[in-house]
Write a protein that binds this ligand. Structure first.
Ligand code: GLN
Length: 520
């Protein structure tokens, strides 16, 4: 039996009945990671010893008849922007390359309390800024369906690890699509919960009014299983919702209620790959066969979503990332060299006057900040800090930030109105399947436009899920986007669950190269 091919829910049943042990399960997944990680590159930290220790502890407690949590014995990978005391939390940035947090994020505490087996940290775009995982300071992650293509991002490592069968469950973060988009490109199921549903205490902030942590897995049922553990109020996160966590797994298996879905027809036309549009239309038929009414709808403000998102996200990022100053923690430039250079410049300035150096030397503190940040951040992160600083500057604030905040309100209101007419919206997650590594790297605007369908849900704070619903002619996965009102996770996952009962897209697996063959 290939344990790594089972879903988390299936494994949980086997474990619960005592037919297999947590150590056996963990060994099977560790073996997969060892086999395929050299080709895929999903992890920044992988710690099989610690994983096996946790698994042995679960087995011991079960043998002794002690109670165990809902994730007992299930391997879980965590995106590297979520704080863990066991391992470094680098955000895939040089500036945090050696940062080992002194505390666990709330979701990590909850996973531990749920007896999950934590196996390591997954790769991402630096500070979650990006949509391809090519912008990690450490390595590129490859799409298990085609190793010459990106897995999407920024939670690319998390999605690729699930797609390659290296873990049954992983935890990512989504500021503008970073869970749903890689889930779509890697053919797995990923949920961006409602803003406030999952605590963000210990998530390294990118854009605080948009960031959410959420689950990735193979099926809607597995996503529900993981969400039950992750979700809940947390006094340490002032934005976390004080609302009960529903029994998602139980709810999603109930028969579908009589509802109407809205098909986002504007997301099936120009600029969208015909194979993607076709897969979405096929998905509509599946829902129709399930007795769900589907009506065409249009969101007029959506053409403004990308522009609005990139003002708000960069503005917040420019403020959040001010803390990486080389003083408090993280990377610091070589001070000795800096002092030497400064002394030299001062000497020249004093001797030969202002024309001998470019400008009057900065005081050492300013220079330390400047050099540390110049060396520690990658180009995309710097671009965003500059854009955000500009948008928040006196004289530009009203024209950019304030304007974007108003557009954001219109987007939210349009969703609210639409959800009076339809219970949820369906459409594509991305305009095309996975693109080639390097294809968009020189063109930030093309990369930003790839987020056109996902950023709206973050701006409005609503719930949204991505599920596999087809393949392009190249055999690449296509993701179906289901968006619902705040706290509609049960309905979205129920729709996903019934869709997955009728289709087998979520069951398809990529063919990975035999491990003895060198990857590319
Ligand atoms: N691709 C988007 C961006 O680059 C979304 C990132 C995210 O959700 N973290 O900002």
């Amino acid at each position: 039996m290939d344990l790594a091919s089972l879903t988390a829910s299936e494994l949980a049943q086997w474990l619960c009945r005592g037919e297999i042990g947590a150590e056996e399960v963990t060994r099977a997944f560790v073996a997969r990671v060892k086999q395929y990680e050299p080709a895929v590159g999903a992890f920044l930290t992988f710690d099989p010893e610690k994983a096996l220790e946790q698994a042995a502890e679960v087995d011991r407690r079960r043998r002794e008849g002690k109670p165990v949590g809902p994730l007992a014995g299930l391997p879980v990978a965590i995106k590297d922007n979520i704080c863990t005391t066991d391992w470094k939390t680098t955000c895939a940035s040089k500036i945090l390359a050696n940062f080992r947090p002194p505390f666990d994020a709330t979701v990590v505490c909850r996973l531990r309390a749920g007896d999950a087996v934590l196996v390591g940290k997954t790769n991402m775009d630096e500070f979650a800024m990006g949509g391809s995982t090519e912008l990690s300071a450490f390595k590129v992650t490859r799409n298990p369906w085609d190793l010459s293509r990106v897995p999407g991002g920024s939670s690319g490592g998390a999605a690729a690890a699930v797609a390659a069968g290296m873990v049954p469950l992983s935890v990512g973060s989504d500021t503008g699509g970073s869970i749903r988009q890689p889930a779509a490109l890697c053919g797995v199921t990923g949920l961006k919960p409602t803003y406030g549903r999952v605590s963000r205490f210990g998530l390294v902030a990118f854009a605080s009014s948009l960031d959410q942590i959420g689950p990735l897995a193979r099926t809607a049922e597995d996503v529900a299983l993981l969400l039950e553990v992750l979700a809940g109020h947390d006094p340490l996160d002032a934005t976390s919702a004080n609302r009960e966590v529903p029994p998602y797994r139980e709810l999603i298996q109930q028969p579908l209620p009589t509802i109407r879905l809205g098909l986002l027809v504007d997301q099936l036309g120009e600029g969208v790959d015909t194979d993607v549009a076709q897969a979405i239309r096929e998905a509509v038929k599946v829902f129709a066969n399930l007795g769900v009414e589907v009506k065409e709808v249009r969101l007029l403000h959506h053409r403004l979503a990308v522009a609005c998102y990139y003002i708000i996200a960069t503005s917040e990022a420019s403020s959040n990332l001010a803390r990486y100053d080389g003083v408090h923690y993280g990377y610091r430039c070589d001070e000795h060299r800096m002092e030497e250079q400064l002394a030299e410049e001062r000497r020249r300035w004093a001797e030969k006057g202002p024309s001998s150096v470019a400008e009057e030397p900065d005081p050492p503190m300013v220079r330390l900040y400047r050099k540390t940040r110049a060396e520690g951040f990658g180009a995309e992160v710097k671009r965003r800090i500059m854009l955000g600083t500009y948008a928040l500057s006196a004289g530009y604030y009203e024209a950019y930030y304030l304007h974007a905040a108003k557009v954001r309100r219109l987007i939210r209101e349009e969703y609210d109105r639409t959800f009076q007419e339809v219970s949820a919206l369906i459409g594509p997650v991305t305009p095309t399947g996975a693109f080639a590594i390097g294809e968009k790297i020189q063109d930030p605007l093309a990369m930003y436009l790839f987020d056109a369908f996902t950023v709206g849900a973050n701006l409005a704070g609503i719930a949204a899920v991505s599920i596999p619903c087809g393949q392009t002619r190249e055999g690449l996965p296509v993701g179906l986007h289901l968006q619902g009102p705040p706290f509609a996770e049960p309905l979205l996952l129920q729709l996903a669950y019934w869709f997955q009962r009728e289709t087998d897209w979520h069951r398809r697996r990529p063919t990975l190269p035999a491990p003895d063959k060198p990857a590319l």
